[in-house]
Write a protein that binds this ligand. Structure first.
Ligand SMILES: Nc1ncnc2c1ncn2[C@@H]1O[C@H](COP(=O)(O)OP(=O)(O)OP(=O)(O)O)[C@@H](O)[C@H]1O
Ligand SMILES: [Mg+2]
Length: 253
């Protein structure tokens, strides 16, 4: 049997050549990394949860007319996606101050922002994905002004969808990051949502208790990451509500 061809291995996912031209298979690993991969761990079951959750969000977006790369889920850890030319930017949307914004501006985490704020960082691990102004993006040719206007509109639609879905299950969407890619239909270029949307790329706080249900649980050692992601999946009905995350058996003396 022919082995499929590896296209790219990243920190959290692996891309393989897809079955049809213009497609890729996206495999979700259990690896968790933070602080530009200085902190690393294997979290059993994370890949399975993120594959499911990203499918859930991307399918929901498609239903309201937001184009994404998602085609279909193949198995527990893999989904078929449309191959795009990734814009080398992390598109971040913030509703409440947190993370680097809170730090940079000396704001308390959770402070509501006057309106959703979209910001961009340049995707380059060796530089630590630095924040870049639109002026740089246009001057260096990573995207045009028209592209940026389209990307901002896309990101705000994703924000409204995600914030609404999360609010419906008692979760506050603090912020999130997406990646956007170009696809061509003949000579017509379109920008679509790519990569993943999961608790790895969002900040999610329980509305009642303030409990964090995202990758900050790992960054800040707040408990079991897979438990937090399982909670999100259960509330969204992505997993049966009686499903529990089964930790590895531990040896008892
Ligand atoms: N539809 C797509 N077509 C092509 N590339 C994609 C698509 N969706 C996501 N990617 C890219 O696939 C890779 C996914 O792997 P992963 O998220 O593990 O990378 P990473 O370690 O975060 O590194 P990177 O800095 O490249 O994002 C990313 O480089 C992402 O930009
Ligand atoms: Mg990534």
């Amino acid at each position: 049997m022919a082995r499929r061809k590896l296209v790219y291995e990243g920190k959290a996912k692996i891309l393989y050549e897809g079955t049809e031209p213009g497609t890729l298979v996206q495999y979700f690993k259990d690896d968790a990394t933070a602080f530009n991969a200085q902190k690393k761990e294997i979290i059993d079951g994370k890949g399975v949860l993120n594959n499911r959750l990203s499918e859930f969000f991307m399918m929901g977006l498609a239903r309201i007319g937001v184009p994404t790369h998602f085609i279909r889920r193949l198995n527990m850890r893999e989904q078929l996606i449309r191959q795009v030319e990734i814009i080398p930017l992390e598109v971040i949307v913030r509703n409440f101050a947190a993370g680097t914004m809170a730090k940079r501006l000396g704001m308390e985490e959770g402070t509501p922002l006057p309106r959703p704020i979209v910001e961009f960082s340049y995707k380059d691990d060796s530089l630590g994905d630095p924040l870049v102004p639109e002026e740089y993006i246009i001057a260096f040719g990573w995207a045009s002004q028209q592209d940026l206007d389209d990307i901002i509109a896309l990101a705000l639609r994703v924000n409204d969808f995600m914030a609404g879905v999360m609010h419906g299950v008692g979760i506050k969407l603090i912020d999130f990051k997406i990646e956007v890619g170009r696809v061509w239909d003949n000579d017509f270029m379109r920008l679509i949502v790519a990569d993943e949307i999961s608790p790895d790329s969002c900040r999610l706080w329980d509305i009642e208790s303030g409990r964090k249900l995202d990758k900050d649980v790992f960054r800040q050692d707040l408990g079991d990451l897979a438990d937090a992601y399982t909670e999100v999946a259960k509330r969204l009905g992505v997993l049966p509500s009686n499903a529990t995350h089964m930790p590895k058996p531990t040896l008892i003396n």
